[in-house]
Design a protein. Sequence first.
Length: 211
Amino acid sequence: MRVGLPPCGRRDALVRAVSVVFAAAGALLAPPSALAAYTVVPTGTVAGKQERLAEVQKLFATNPDDPYVFGEKAQLENDIRALETNRAFVRALRRDVADGRRLAAATLTIGVPDLDAAEAFWTKGMGALILRSTAAGGCRRTLVGFGPQSLETEDGAKFALELVETPGSEPAAGQSDSIVQYIQLAMPVFRLSQVRARVHRCSSLVCSDGR
């Protein structure tokens, strides 16, 4: 699905408006600490996390006052719960898609006037990850999201946005030639201060005055 008119390829015709929800999202990583700064949505497998947790629990038993060990233990416990929930979601979604009962949107492509500003908005403002960046034929593209898109992994089924640099693509206020006028994204974390700090230079998905 494409929004806007990226010059790097023809826009696919859209026959209906799109409302997209991030099923699960993001990985904001921080150094271990006594406060256990949790990742928003962990990556990896339940088995891998459980194996590491068993090792950390041994360290915690011998040194429970170590803030780094405590932090990693809390992080792993949180990650395992989140991955178990996501695994159940992925299995159900994969089954429904295979049976034709459900559609799973994986990527939405949009044109942005300034790719660097758009990347900063989605990564530093919204906490997304850069999954892939390419530049060919004078066209710069970046895929941002909150983890793997595959329906074959326990940490998968994450939605992603493909940002295509399209200078001059930002429409005037209230004007757009796109059939898609509104997209709703449910984010795993939302820090208004970070968003407002970058919204004046962000992608065409947000008004320049931050509304």
